[in-house]
Design a protein around this ligand. Structure first.
Ligand code: ZN
Length: 153
């Protein structure tokens, strides 16, 4: 729009030269404002969760073969995990295990997942935690970044 091709190239070169610095600065900015980003994300999620679910369902329905292939691949890669999740889901359904409404780690309300803290050979022995705490406990996220997101200041 406003930039000429030469200006655009110049800006791009500057970006390439300082890529690492720019990346680390924006990472820093992101971590400093993570609550704001999280709020925005939550807002977006709340507004679109139903539409996303419907989209996914219709995609899954019209791609049954691919879905079957995807879940089979996942199952073959993670048989213990799948058995544990299935056992837990059926125990919750039967009422043998009660899924609490809040995270046992931080008290947040929301989607609560069972964290298999003793491993998948104990399918019903779970810690009920929110998604961010689950990510943290699984070591899926950079520990400090997640910790600062959960306990800002
Ligand atoms: Zn939590």
């Amino acid at each position: 729009m406003a930039y000429t091709e030469a200006e655009r190239l110049k800006r791009h070169e500057r970006y390439i030269r300082n890529r690492e610095k720019i990346k680390s600065q924006s990472r820093e900015y992101y971590l400093k404002n993570i609550e704001k980003y999280r709020e925005k994300h939550n807002e977006y999620y709340q507004r679109n969760v139903e539409a996303m679910r419907v989209n996914h369902m219709s995609w899954a329905r019209s791609n049954r073969k691919r879905m079957r292939k995807i879940s089979k691949k996942y199952y073959l890669k993670n048989p213990e995990k799948c058995h544990a999740r299935r056992a837990l889901a059926s125990a919750v359904k039967r009422g043998a295990v009660v899924r609490p409404k809040t995270c046992s780690r931080c008290g947040r309300i929301g989607k609560i997942q069972g964290h298999h803290h003793r491993g998948y050979s104990f399918p019903l022995d779970v810690l009920w935690v929110c998604v961010p705490c689950h990510v943290l406990l699984d070591g899926r996220a950079n520990f400090l970044a997640a910790e600062s997101a959960l306990h800002p200041r």
